[in-house]
Design a protein around this ligand. Structure first.
Ligand SMILES: [Zn+2]
Length: 134
């Protein structure tokens, strides 16, 4: 889909990619809610999880589990949220899974990307790519 950022995968997104296979890409979130926030994104365009084939969902959750383990171990987080958005404001309409490390019990702000969350810095991309790559 031409207008979809995850279908286009511009250089800026590819620069934050830490893994890919025939089904999905794993990238560092451009606007992390917490350090180590990564996304597993289908290569093919599916609007959301409800319209994604079971085989693709299954594969991507296996990849999410793998990176969840790496993320938890390397980032030394308390735990994490692994989840998907289906519709809703601010969500990119292309199936992806969030892997979000948690470092405390505080409430997280997912909304208002540009006002509340800072864009990931280049040095963080470098550090996290080294830590989290397979
Ligand atoms: Zn797309």
């Amino acid at each position: 889909m031409k207008s979809c950022i995850f279908c286009k995968m511009p250089e800026s997104e590819i620069a934050r990619r830490i893994y890919q296979d025939r089904v999905c890409n794993v990238i560092l979130n451009r606007y992390p809610v917490e350090k180590g926030h990564i996304l597993v994104i289908s290569k093919k365009h599916y609007l959301d999880m409800l319209s994604t084939p079971d085989s693709v969902i299954s594969h991507m959750f296996k990849v999410a589990k793998r990176f969840g383990k790496i993320d938890k171990r390397k980032m030394k987080s308390m735990g994490m949220d692994i989840g998907v958005n289906v519709g809703g404001a601010g969500s990119i309409r292309h199936f992806h899974i969030h892997i979000l490390p948690r470092y405390s019990n505080r409430m997280l702000h997912f909304a208002s990307v540009k006002t509340r969350r800072n864009e990931i810095r280049k040095d963080e991309v470098k550090e996290l790519t080294r830590l989290l790559k397979l």
